[in-house]
Design a protein around this ligand. Structure first.
Ligand code: M6R
Length: 609
């Protein structure tokens, strides 16, 4: 996904910008570039591929300045190429911009600029129109030119602009794409994401939607869309830059898998007091609000959506409220039944997923109460929600989500328990029983992590398979989807998840001796049915890895391999069952020599539609 870094100081903008861009590499990108005002002109250098390619073409000492903007691009309009890479300049490169997001009416603007101003475009991007718009409105005041340009633009954007005639400043503006200003000493920064700045600053201003910000080396001024100065509290970033390092693991993914006991513990601790009460500090939702909800929508994308599938079972079971789970890209376009008695729960690690954000706005416009489950503090989803239930996973760097998922699950348990108890539906005994099961999870996850070698062995044995099926029933079904996603996204093996009972309605036709089936059989009351499903697929020659609770040794008689999770209540199995699936996916991808932390075609945070 695209990343922006800008610097205003007295020297060495190039070094700071390149360093910041490298810290955003984990988001995925296909080209990188930098623009600096040098001797009354703006010089732009950009290159397709990794940042090291860019470094080679900016190595000369004469290419540096006290001010500059840089970008890593993830192609949306126009293929990855040097020309399509950012920054983009206007006709005479007196203005340069970097842009995250999409300009929806860029074709219209392109035609107008060509017709009225004879603009000749260099790239195929939507972003280039921004540089030309600012260029035609520029009369010596970059701020006013940027403000005029955005009036013409429709879509989502975080834009940073520099002008050759004002080489001491950056003007930035945002709408539906994140932007953060870093407060330095005698210098200031602007970036799309906090990690880009952490080497240099810890105090930042979170720029809100439709705000414009002017940065000079001594000052950061934020303006609202009416041109009024806005006072913003300083946000202190207290997470450590070291948390973004691999700490001896080969990949961020496996490091993050191992961080799950801590993340689960932390997420529980933040909300459960010593007496076992769930505190909703900072959440304004009242007992009356909860009693008034007649429907819950859980909306998210990818892994977060899979957490929502488990959330549905929990809320329906523990709080007895009907729940619909939807992928955000579908929800937002299908005019869903939402009103003021609806609780809308958005789940998002990044808090910047465009579809999730758009779905949230759709629900909000219809009067729903918005509760979000988010990992990144201060992200757009968090800011636009009525209430936020943070996950305490810490920064997740690997594209494949692991610790975000398990902490999202913990939040879903706490929300369901709280609602059930508040409505008086859940007895104190049941509440205590489930809470105690949750509290025991960090230790049980550690037990599973200790079986890493077994899963590495299974990965060695099965990594050559080209088709893998994940099956389960009840809560295991939702976890199957997540196991399947994990495997396909990092190993590029075709995998498919299905409710085990659905097999015989079509999918079983695919079973043959080349198939691998991962069968989740952790639900006590559905165990025998799962055993039957395993027998059905082995009868067609499929190989099976069966997963069950410790003590369920019968599974060894029907499956080729058995993986056990520690004994626990059925309700909490998803948090445990997913761990071996994550580890298995990791080692399969490793066996196949894949780029585990940055799988091809994927980005960590999907801020485009
Ligand atoms: O940041 P979000 O949780 O909103 O991201 C949603 C999905 O893009 C994300 O969960 C994705 O599916 C995972 N990275 C896959 O591991």
């Amino acid at each position: 996904m695209c990343g922006i870094v800008g610097f205003v100081g007295t020297e060495n903008a190039k070094e700071r910008i390149v360093d910041g861009l490298k810290r955003l590499e984990y988001r995925g990108y296909d080209s990188a570039g930098i623009a600096l005002p040098i001797d009354g002109k703006i010089q732009i250098r950009k290159h397709v591929g990794e940042i090291t390619n860019l470094e080679k073409i900016i190595a000369d000492d004469s290419f540096d300045a006290p001010v500059g903007i840089g970008h890593t691009r993830w192609a949306t309009h126009g293929a990855p190429s040097d020309i399509n890479a950012h920054p983009h300049g206007n006709q005479d490169d007196s203005i340069a911009i970097v842009h995250n997001g999409i300009i929806e009416n860029y074709q219209e603007i392109r035609e107008w600029l060509a017709r009225e101003y004879g603009v000749q475009f260099k790239s195929e991007t939507d972003s280039e129109v921004i540089a030309h718009l600012i260029g035609i409105y520029y009369d010596g005041d970059l701020l006013s030119a940027v403000n005029k340009a955005v009036e013409d633009m429709r879509g989502a954007y975080a834009v940073c602009a520099i002008a050759a005639a004002e080489p001491d400043k950056i003007v930035a503006v945002r709408k539906d794409a994140p932007l953060v200003a870093g407060i330095g000493r005698g210098c200031n920064f602007i970036a799309s994401d906090i990690p880009a700045l952490l080497k240099y600053v810890r105090e930042v201003y979170l720029i809100e939607n439709n705000e414009t910000v002017v940065l000079t080396k001594d000052d950061i001024t934020i303006y609202n869309d009416r041109g009024q100065k806005v006072k913003r509290d300083v946000f202190h970033v207290n997470w450590d830059a070291d948390a973004a390092e691999k700490e001896g693991y080969d990949h961020f993914m496996i490091k993050e898998i191992h961080e799950q006991p801590k993340g689960i513990q932390e997420t529980l601790m933040r909300r459960v007091d010593e007496e076992g009460n769930i505190n909703l500090d900072g959440i304004a939702m009242t007992k009356e609000d909860i009693e008034g909800f007649n429907k819950v929508y859980i909306v998210a994308c990818g892994t977060a959506y899979h957490a929502g599938l488990v959330g549905k079972s929990l809320i329906e079971k523990l709080a007895k409220i009907p729940v619909e789970v939807d992928v955000a890209s579908e929800f937002r376009y299908r005019d869903p039944f939402v009103d003021e008695n609806t609780l809308f729960i958005a789940i998002s690690q990044s808090g910047e997923t465009l579809d999730t954000l758009a779905a949230l706005r759709e629900a909000k416009a219809k009067g729903a109460r918005i509760l979000s489950v988010v990992n990144v503090v201060g992200s757009s989803v968090a800011r636009e929600s009525d209430d936020v239930f943070y996950t305490w996973a810490g920064p997740e760097i690997a594209v494949a989500s692991t610790k975000a998922y398990t902490t999202q699950l913990i939040c879903m348990y706490l929300i369901a328990l709280y609602m059930g108890r508040t409505k008086g539906i859940l007895s104190q005994g049941e509440y205590d029983r489930i809470l105690n099961e949750l509290k025991a999870l960090p230790e049980k996850v550690e037990e599973i992590l200790a079986k890493e070698e077994q899963l590495a062995f299974l990965a060695k044995k099965f990594h050559h398979k080209e088709h893998v099926f994940f099956i389960g029933r009840g809560l295991d079904c939702g976890v199957s989807y997540e196991g399947s996603l994990k495997l396909k996204e990092i190993s590029y093996i075709h995998s498919f998840a299905i409710a085990a009972g659905e097999l015989k309605h079509g999918t079983i036709a695919l079973m043959d001796p080349d198939s691998l089936v991962v069968a989740l059989a952790t639900q006590d009351d559905l165990y025998e049915k799962m055993v039957s499903n395993i027998v059905e697929v082995t009868a067609r020659g499929a190989r099976v890895i069966g997963m069950a609770k410790e003590g369920r040794v019968e599974i060894e008689q029907v499956a080729d391999e058995a993986v056990y999770i520690p004994s626990c209540a059925d309700e909490v199995t998803p948090v445990l069952t997913v761990i071996p699936l994550q580890i298995f996916a990791y080692y399969v991808a490793k066996e196949r020599g894949c780029n585990i932390d940055k799988p091809k075609n994927l980005a960590k945070s999907v801020t485009v539609e």
